[in-house]
Design a protein around this ligand. Structure first.
Ligand SMILES: Cc1cc2nc3c(=O)[nH]c(=O)nc-3n(C[C@H](O)[C@H](O)[C@H](O)COP(=O)(O)OP(=O)(O)OC[C@H]3O[C@@H](n4cnc5c(N)ncnc54)[C@H](O)[C@@H]3O)c2cc1C
Length: 419
């Protein structure tokens, strides 16, 4: 019989911590989550303020994520999909490329010719087809090279790299040189070609809230910041000491465990500004890409084109992302407004700043990106287990996998003969 009375503590109520709790509940346990913040969700949070929904950093759910399909009820989230493709913005000139990742051969040649060559279209098609036949594990077992190197080796022209891949994937990897592993590029490319980018009708927070609502036997202690772990004892910043049977650390562990210090590279950062305007200047719910490298703005999206709920008023809510290493200050806001005016010819005073986020720890930098990890690899001591996207790759999908694997490892450690 499995001893389900054991006290299992999970540190962190991000996606990975919530999934770990869910899996432990399914096995009969009643875990306790210690979360430093005042709400669950970690990096998948939204603020509901002044009649707007502000996701904490622009982010999307890719509906093809296998783990998201397993754990989320898409219907209840009322997912609002982006149109596939992108709007390319150059000063005073805006045009759409429809569906380059799913139907590259169908893209109208005229529109495509300003971003890539005929052979690029053929190569896109070839890549899409080959990725469709590969499993996630096969993709993540391929040799590790940078995305930029992969694109060049695959034969893509510099034109399409500069005009499409660079701005599109900068906005996803949150770095400027496409030095992220090609494994992640291929995985994301496959996900885009098999599904949609989407947000829940009521913001990304709805994902975290849905996962929380699936927990019936888990206690969640909010505002409970863990300071350190000493053997089986968890010490909170309040001074409270807790004796734990098992501990899952669902956040980067270096701050609690001195032996892990220095093992992680700094995370990727992003700045996200929200502006409201009288109306959207995009004709469809699409991601806009700024191709000119001189610009600070990398990508922009009218969230209200994707889901009307993002603004209660009839204002349009524009989300602008900046991946360049720069500080978020008044000068930046002015520069962004000037850039928006240059790109759209809409006077800068029409862009009303509503909110700004400077997210220091947006994505982990993982050297050896993986799709999964064995349950035993998550175990660092008999009673301490790791979870979180930093173990695999920076995505909601990876956070879910890590959560499940850490829960499996805990269960195995309690009853080692269990399958
Ligand atoms: C701006 C941005 C854009 C992104 N875009 C995408 C995207 O488009 N698609 C995608 O799939 N993924 C995206 N991601 C990544 C995705 O959000 C993460 O991979 C995922 O949410 C990580 O979940 P996690 O549970 O591993 O970590 P976290 O969400 O970081 O959870 C860790 C939790 O631990 C808590 N915590 C921290 N310290 C303590 C402590 N001392 N004591 C107790 N609790 C503590 C934190 O408050 C947090 O709740 C994006 C992330 C950001 C920030």
């Amino acid at each position: 019989m499995l001893n389900t009375e054991i006290d299992i503590y999970i540190i962190g109520a991000g996606i990975s911590g919530l999934i770990a709790a869910y899996e432990l509940e399914r096995a009969g346990f009643s875990p306790i989550i210690l979360e430093s913040d005042k709400a669950v969700g970690g990096r998948v949070r939204s603020d509901y303020q002044d009649g707007f929904i502000f996701d904490r950093g622009f982010q999307v759910l890719l509906t093809a994520y296998p783990e998201a399909q397993r754990y989320l009820d898409y219907h209840a989230l009322n997912l609002k999909k982006f149109d596939p493709g992108a709007i390319i913005l150059r000063p005073g000139n805006l045009f759409t490329i429809h569906d380059p990742l799913r139907n590259p051969l169908k893209i109208v040649s005229m529109a495509f010719s300003s971003v890539g060559t005929f052979m690029d279209k053929i190569r896109m098609f070839k890549l899409t087809q080959s990725l469709k036949s590969k499993t996630e594990d096969e993709i993540f077992n391929e040799p590790n090279k940078t995305t930029l190197q992969f694109l060049r080796d695959y034969g893509f022209s510099e034109k399409i790299i500069e005009n499409f891949f660079m701005p599109f994937f900068r906005g996803i990897f949150l770095e400027n040189e496409l030095e992220t592993s090609s494994r992640m590029f291929n995985f994301v490319f496959k996900m885009f070609s098999m599904g949609h980018a989407a947000v829940p009708e009521n913001g990304m927070q709805a994902i975290s809230d849905q996962l929380k609502s699936k927990l019936a036997k888990t206690s969640i202690r909010l505002n409970a910041a863990v300071e350190k772990i000493d053997g089986n004892v968890i010490e909170l910043s309040s001074g409270e000491r807790i004796n734990a049977g098992k501990i899952i650390i669902a956040v980067r562990p270096d701050k609690f465990l001195s032996q892990m210090e220095g093992q992680f590279k700094p995370s990727r950062k992003v700045i996200n500004l929200y502006f409201s305007l009288e109306k959207s200047f995009f004709a469809s719910p699409m991601i806009g890409l700024v191709t000119d490298k001189q610009f600070l703005v990398n990508n922009l999206v009218f969230m209200t084109d994707v889901s009307k709920s993002y603004a209660k008023s009839d204002r349009a809510l524009l989300s602008v992302s900046i991946t360049k290493p720069i500080q978020a200050d008044d000068k930046l806001i002015e520069m962004v407004k000037i850039e928006l005016e240059a790109l759209t010819h809409i006077k800068s005073e029409h862009f009303k700043l509503e909110k700004i986020y400077e997210i220091e720890d947006a994505l982990p930098q993982v050297e050896d990106m993986k799709s999964s990890i064995s349950a035993t690899q998550t175990k660092i001591y008999d009673h301490v287990f790791l979870s979180g996207d930093y173990l695999l790759n920076g995505s909601i999908n990876a956070a879910m996998t890590a959560g499940r694997k850490s829960a499996e490892a805990v269960i195995l450690s309690i009853q080692p003969n269990m399958n």
